[in-house]
Design a binder for this molecule. Sequence first.
Ligand code: SAH
Length: 332
Amino acid sequence: MDLKHLEERVAELGEPAYRARQVWEWTARGAEGYDDMTNVPRTLRDSLAADVPFSTLAPESEQRSRDGTVKTLFRTHDGHPVEAVLMRYRDGRRSVCVSSQSGCPLTCTFCATGQMAFGRNLTPWEILDQVLHFRRSEPLNHLVFMGMGEPLMNVDAVLEAARRLPDIGITHRRTTISTVGWLPGLQRFVEEVDEPIRLALSLHAADPGLRSELMPVNDRYPLPDVLALCRAHWERTKRRVFVEYVMLAGVNDSQAQARALAGLLGRDAFKVNLIPYNPTGMYDGSSRSVIAAFKTELDRARVPSTVRLTRGQDIAAACGQLAAPARPRVRA
Ligand code: SAH
């Protein structure tokens, strides 16, 4: 729901501003539509229903994985595809992975999203409507900005959306924004975000030459600058930056590369998340034993690390696999 549009409409109708707040509270708690909002006068509900679409996104299709993961494909009003994923865990965790852009202008070689056409930045409401779609079926408690797009290229909309998540039940401590190290956005995040929102950095290689091969953005924003900002964030908040490192067989997974990674990061400011590669065409994933050996090197250097659990691979909902098909052609 476009909350700005909502507030404007409420004002134009000569209604008090708290009516817009009531509508948002209902929506954030999982209401199915204006009809549910029983403390809002019927006539106002009817006018709003006619003027302010309940969602800015239209769900187009939904896929369910054997592991309980759900992936939904939406369309924006102007036809751009957006995907979001709900992950369910046995311990009750319900984590949503949202997109911040339709497609992605970056071209990381291992990620399928970079291979589809880039559409545009999403609005805060288009980001929140992905969350609200899942909220209508169950309570949610975690969120990651790890779907399509580079969140810090769209930093205003991402922060506006992130700041409203507690209304939906997702606290800042359980919210993570992931970035390739998009420096201007990262700078803003580090300087102005006071909420305890988690920062994650997609690193994937400690060696600058290799990182540039995997992630061309590395030529634009050099790693030392990016890491300096991450360290500044840690200094300021004492919250570790999570480092994402996708394990590519024979590319970045040797024990020597693990030691280089440990040397680059140090023990204090970072926690490494090793990600098993989800097939997107170009590479082979590292075997479990190679991932374990890599982790052992990090353990030895006392750099904290975990191995990410892969979810939703059978429905192409796992990390790096979001690549919605182009809009089906309408036949004449
Ligand atoms: N653009 C931001 C947000 C997307 S997060 C970023 O890159 O951080 C998506 C995460 O999945 C990133 O860490 C990305 O590097 C990782 N990823 C991309 N392709 C992948 C693949 N094929 N297998 C596993 N992880 C992948």
